[in-house]
Design a protein around this ligand. Structure first.
Ligand SMILES: Cc1cc2nc3c(=O)[nH]c(=O)nc-3n(C[C@H](O)[C@H](O)[C@H](O)COP(=O)(O)O)c2cc1C
Length: 163
């Protein structure tokens, strides 16, 4: 588990085959069991696997090539009173579950969430600003070369900022 966390990378190239129904169910289960503030679970998930819908959804963000490339995109809907922090936790759980099942995934920002809302047919009060693209990794799938991390000295403080 610990190594899976350290190894998790955004992957943006996918094999040309659908995600199996069992794997889809397992991803949804991982999302559903995510902890949320006060256990309110103010979220819902839209499985987007229709190519026309994927194309339309991809227009809602600036870096959405993975949505076009992947056989499945899971749109994360913030229901009324939902928190973005909870959405982030769902996204990470979906990605970790995907990796455990041999799937590649990439978080997606839908910068124009009003476009996403229109495409997805969201009722009033719901918002979708994030999604996760998922698929079996293409043979060529590899993390981006510039995906390193800041050294710990740059980001860790003790007791107070700068300490
Ligand atoms: C909140 C969030 C939004 C992201 N949105 C996008 C996106 O719209 N398109 C994309 O290709 N990658 C997106 N990413 C992936 C990041 O670019 C990626 O995680 C980062 O470059 C580090 O690479 P790594 O996860 O492979 O280590 C997003 C990541 C996060 C955490």
């Amino acid at each position: 588990m610990y190594n899976a966390i350290l190894r998790l990378r955004a992957l943006r190239s996918y094999a040309d085959r659908p995600v199996s129904p069992t794997h889809v169910d397992q991803l949804v289960e991982a999302a559903r069991w995510t902890g949320s503030s006060k256990n309110l679970q103010n979220w819902s998930f839209i499985l987007v696997d229709d190519p026309q819908q994927q194309e339309a959804l991809s227009a809602a963000g600036d870096f959405t090539d993975p949505v076009r490339a992947a056989p499945l995109t899971i749109a994360l809907v913030q229901e009324p009173d939902g928190y973005e922090f909870d959405t982030g936790r769902v996204a990470q759980n979906i990605m970790l579950a995907a990796a455990a099942l041999g799937l590649a995934s990439c978080p997606i920002t839908l910068h124009r969430d009003e476009v996403a809302a229109e495409v997805l047919g969201l009722p009033e009060g719901r918002r979708c600003r994030y999604a996760v693209a998922v698929g079996y990794p293409a043979e060529s799938a590899a993390p981006r070369a510039f995906g390193g991390r800041k050294p710990v000295e740059e980001l860790l403080h003790r007791n107070r900022y700068g300490g």
